[in-house]
Design a protein. Structure first.
Length: 409
């Protein structure tokens, strides 16, 4: 195991495959601490930078465990090896010219394995350290073995930012991870199991590499359309499913993003919530092009899931049917045909009384609500009248208010 500061820094500086590691804040401070060991008056500089190094460790999710911190950096690294492996999964063809890269990878993983076990006492004799310097935690970990598993399962775990997050939004044309996505689960959405089965089957097809359809979830407000999509992603993210939520006014940014996602071994749902258009809406053409896939066709690892309260997606007034459009009928037909470009349309209808009370009953069981069924149903019906009608959302709101005591007599 290398313990000589100068040699440790040289090895860090010469990383090739894992070059991105040297830009990490903890490793940056470690390099500075190692460098200061060779400088005049180096102990003061060493203590300064090693303290900054520890501060980063303790502020991370790893809570001061250097081995876990470094291991996570390595497993999430977006480097040439994981990208090549991803391409092999997508194309089914192995790169026969990567022996040099493989040799560098093995060498660097062995060095990083040693580095993960680096202790403060390996660098400095205890008598040179102040009493309050206790060092950091290290734990046994097999970095080469874990990385080998990573490469074998890259189609499910992903790499880079996709290995830590499974829900994303778009900002200025870039993917931004959502740190705290909606934790919605399918078991929390009773009443629409039959509708969701169709979406689940389509998602299974996407994950297995079969031809999957774009999906339109159409229906009344509050019936759980958006929640169903989010819950499905939460169910399947460990199998390599990721969600990218896109607003209607961001659709023009999608073509470039779709090309980027097409080169990733993961599977992606482009999610457009509450979709509708007005006549002459520029975003209409953008979505049409995305659904049709352009000249190259739609990538096999991407599907569009959209929700809408409008069956034909177009908000049209009677005045729109007047004017000087010679081929007005053709124009209307084009507008109406957008929904048909979704291969699968699933309808979520307002629940009747029986379904509404079933949803209330199931949610009450999940929350452990102790209330006689007759009283529960009477209160639920009264709440629905005050809320403007029955829906899955109204049922959920009712149960949540009962659970915290707001609606108790």
């Amino acid at each position: 195991m290398l313990t000589e500061p100068k040699e440790l820094k040289r090895r860090l500086d010469s990383l090739v495959i894992f070059r991105d590691l040297i830009f990490d804040p903890a490793i940056r401070e470690l390099r500075r601490a190692l460098k200061s060991c060779d400088a005049r008056g180096g102990m003061d500089g060493f203590l300064y930078h090693i303290a900054a190094f520890e501060a980063v460790l303790f502020d991370s999710d790893c809570k001061g465990d250097w081995s876990r911190y470094l291991s996570r950096l390595i497993l999430e690294s977006e480097n040439i090896c994981v990208k090549k492996r991803g391409q092999e999964i997508l194309t089914g063809e192995k790169d026969l010219n990567n022996n040099k890269i493989k040799a560098i990878l093995e060498s660097e993983l062995l060095f990083l394995q040693d580095l993960s076990q680096l202790d403060l006492n390996n660098l400095v004799l205890p008598e040179f350290l102040p009493d309050w310097f206790t060092g950091w935690d290290i734990s046994p970990i097999d970095i080469p073995g874990e990385y080998d598993k990573k490469l074998k399962n890259i189609g499910e775990t992903g790499y880079g930012v996709f290995s830590r997050y499974h829900v994303f939004m778009i900002q200025d044309g870039n993917l931004i991870p959502v740190s705290h996505p909606d934790p919605q689960e399918l078991d929390d959405l009773p009443g629409y199991e039959r509708e969701r089965e169709k979406i689940l089957a389509n998602t299974e097809a996407l994950l297995s590499g079969q031809s999957a359809s774009n999906v339109l979830l159409y229906g009344d407000a509050g019936t759980g359309k958006s929640s169903a999509v989010k819950a499905i992603v939460n169910k399947y993210y460990k199998r390599g499913l990721r969600l990218v939520e896109v607003k209607k006014n961001q659709l023009y940014q999608l073509p470039g993003l779709m090309d980027e996602l097409a080169e990733n071994p993961l599977k992606f749902i482009i999610f457009i919530d509450d979709l509708s258009f007005t006549v002459n809406d520029d975003n209409f053409s953008a979505l049409k092009a995305i659904l049709e896939g352009g000249a190259g066709g739609r990538a096999g690892n991407v599907a569009v899931y959209a929700t809408s309260n409008r069956r034909h997606l177009i908000k049209e007034n009677l005045s729109d049917r007047e004017g000087d459009d010679i081929h007005a009928a053709d124009t209307r037909q084009e507008l109406m045909s957008l929904a048909a470009r979704f291969g699968l349309t699933v309808t979520f209808s307002v629940p009747d009384r029986e379904k509404y009370l079933y949803i209330v009953s199931e949610l009450a069981k999940r929350r452990g609500l102790d209330m006689p069924e007759k009283e529960l149903f009477i209160r639920a019906e009264a709440f629905a009248i005050r809320a403007g009608g029955r829906s899955a959302r109204v049922a959920k709101q009712f149960i949540e208010l009962c659970a915290i005591g707001v609606l108790h007599s």
